[in-house]
Design a protein around this ligand. Structure first.
Ligand SMILES: [Zn+2]
Length: 134
């Protein structure tokens, strides 16, 4: 685990799920999860700038993913499908394989935030039950 936490990290946000969609890689039908991703440059837990962004389409059963990162395609998809919430899986020839690393939820940042929150809540309960003037 890095103590000096800097570099590029991908962030994902799930936007929608398409019920039946044909995988562009293996052609099996399954649910397709649509996510927005962004590659952020972090310096000591703080996201500084967005280096790249796009959309990722992941088929649930086979786990294959295809994505888009081309600026004009991303903008068009945002205008036509994200802003309108009419989500579709684009034709396979508009997508390409993207290898996007997913950060684990149990990184140093989350552990620090979680443990300090637990301490604050524990102290608040202790204060309310024991220390508070009656
Ligand atoms: Zn597949």
């Amino acid at each position: 685990m890095d103590v000096i936490h800097w570099g590029y990290y991908n962030r994902f946000k799930k936007l929608s799920t398409i019920q039946m969609s044909r995988c562009c890689v293996c052609e099996k039908y399954s649910e397709c999860i649509i996510e927005r991703w962004g590659s952020w440059f972090y310096l000591q837990f703080i996201p500084f700038w967005l280096a790249a962004k796009g959309y990722l389409f992941t088929w649930k059963d086979c786990g294959h993913s295809m994505g888009m990162d081309d600026r004009s395609a991303v903008m068009r998809y945002k205008e036509e499908h994200v802003d309108t919430e009419l989500f579709v899986v684009p034709p396979c020839n508009q997508l390409k394989p993207l290898e996007l690393e997913r950060p684990t939820p149990f990184n140093l940042k989350n552990i620090l935030i979680l443990s300090s929150m637990v301490l604050i809540i524990a102290f608040a309960i202790y204060w309310a039950l024991v220390l508070a003037p009656r």
